[in-house]
Design a protein around this ligand. Structure first.
Ligand SMILES: C/C=C/C(=O)SCCNC(=O)CCNC(=O)[C@H](O)C(C)(C)COP(=O)(O)OP(=O)(O)OC[C@H]1O[C@@H](n2cnc3c(N)ncnc32)[C@H](O)[C@@H]1OP(=O)(O)O
Length: 257
C-alpha cells in the first residue's frame, strides 16, 4: 500500500515515501502526504522535517500507470492542480522541509523535491524532468520551479531533452544544497534538521514567512497555464503513445500530433 510513513522524535519529523517499487506519486500517495502535513502542522513539537524515499529511489514521479485510467482533459487538469496545490502548500509550510534524495528524483519526484526548502542529494542520484520523453510535459509546477533553481537555459535543456543530471551537476546548478555520498544523504539531512530544531521556533516561523516574498509575481499564473497545457497535451496521439510505450517498455514512436 502506497503511503507516507512518519515518525516524530526530538522535534524532527521524518517522512518516508513508501510506494514500491519506484515511489510513484499516485493520487492516493499525494492524499497521504496531505494528511501527514495536516498532522504535523497540528503537532507543536515539530520544528524541522526530513522527507525521504524508501527503497531504491526518492521518487520516480507521478504514477504513469495511473494516467491510463484518466479520461478527459479536465481529469488531467485536476491531477496537475492536485499536485501543484500540495507542493505549493509544502513551499509555504511553516516548518522547514529538507528533502533527502537518493537514487532518483524524476518528474513529479523532482517537482516534490523542488517544493521543499532544502535539498540534500546523492552524488550518484538522477535528477530530471523526463516528461517530454513520454510525449507530455511536467505538470506539478516543474516548468515554473526548475528555472528558478537552474536558470532558464539549463531548464530548457533539461525539460526539452528529458535527460537527467547527476548530483554533482545538480549542486553546481543550484538544484541541490549539498551533493554527498549516497550513504551520507539521510544523516546529512538529519543533522541539518537537528541544527534547525535547536533554533527558536519564533525565528524559524519568521524566516519561513519571509523567504517566500522573494518569489516572482507571475509564478501563480505560470502554474495555472501549466495545468491547462498538461491537460491539453493528454489529448494528443503522442501522449498516448509515450505513456503506452513506457508501460510496454519500448521506445515511443512520436507522430508530432
Ligand atoms: C505531473 C507529473 C508527471 C510525471 O511525473 S510523469 C513521470 C515522470 N517520471 C518518469 O518518466 C520516470 C520513469 N521511470 C524511469 O525512468 C525508471 O523507471 C527509473 C529510472 C526510475 C528506474 O529505472 P530502473 O531501475 O531500470 O527500474 P524500472 O524497471 O524502470 O522500474 C521499476 C518499476 O517501477 C515502475 N515505475 C518506474 N517509474 C514509474 C512511474 N513514474 N510510474 C509508475 N511506475 C513506475 C516501472 O514500470 C517498473 O515496474 P515493473 O517492475 O512492474 O515493471
Amino acid at each position: 500500500m502506497a503511503v507516507i510513513n512518519y515518525e516524530v522524535k526530538n522535534q524532527i519529523a521524518v517522512l518516508t515515501i513508501q510506494s514500491p517499487p519506484a515511489n510513484a506519486l499516485s493520487v492516493y500517495l499525494l492524499n497521504s502526504l496531505e494528511d501527514t502535513l495536516d498532522k504535523i502542522e497540528n503537532d507543536t513539537s515539530v520544528k524541522a522535517i526530513v522527507l525521504k524515499g524508501e527503497g531504491k529511489f526518492f521518487s520516480a514521479g507521478a504514477d504513469i500507470k495511473e494516467f491510463t485510467s484518466l479520461e478527459s482533459a479536465s481529469d488531467y487538469q485536476s491531477l496537475s492542480e492536485r499536485g501543484q496545490k500540495l507542493f505549493n502548500r509544502i513551499e509555504h509550510f511553516p516548518i522547514p522541509v529538507i528533502a533527502a534524495i537518493h537514487g532518483a528524483a524524476l518528474g513529479g519526484g523532482l517537482e516534490l523535491a523542488m517544493a521543499c526548502h532544502i535539498r540534500i542529494g546523492a552524488e550518484n542520484a538522477k535528477f530530471g524532468l523526463p516528461e517530454t520523453t513520454l510525449g507530455i510535459i511536467p505538470g506539478f509546477a516543474g516548468t515554473q520551479r526548475l528555472p528558478r533553481f537552474v536558470g532558464a537555459a539549463k531548464a530548457y535543456e533539461m525539460i526539452l531533452s528529458g535527460q537527467p543530471i547527476k548530483g554533482e551537476e545538480a549542486k553546481a546548478n543550484g538544484l541541490l544544497n549539498q551533493a554527498v555520498d549516497e550513504e551520507a544523504v539521510f544523516d546529512t539531512a538529519y543533522s541539518l534538521a537537528e541544527n534547525i530544531a535547536a533554533k527558536s521556533r519564533v525565528s524559524i516561523n519568521a524566516v519561513m514567512k519571509l523567504v517566500p516574498y522573494a518569489k516572482t509575481e507571475q509564478f501563480q499564473q505560470g502554474v495555472q497555464e501549466e495545468a491547462k497545457a498538461f491537460a491539453d497535451i493528454f489529448g494528443s496521439e503522442d501522449a498516448k503513445e509515450g505513456v503506452q510505450a513506457f508501460i510496454e517498455k519500448r521506445k515511443p514512436e512520436f507522430k508530432d500530433k
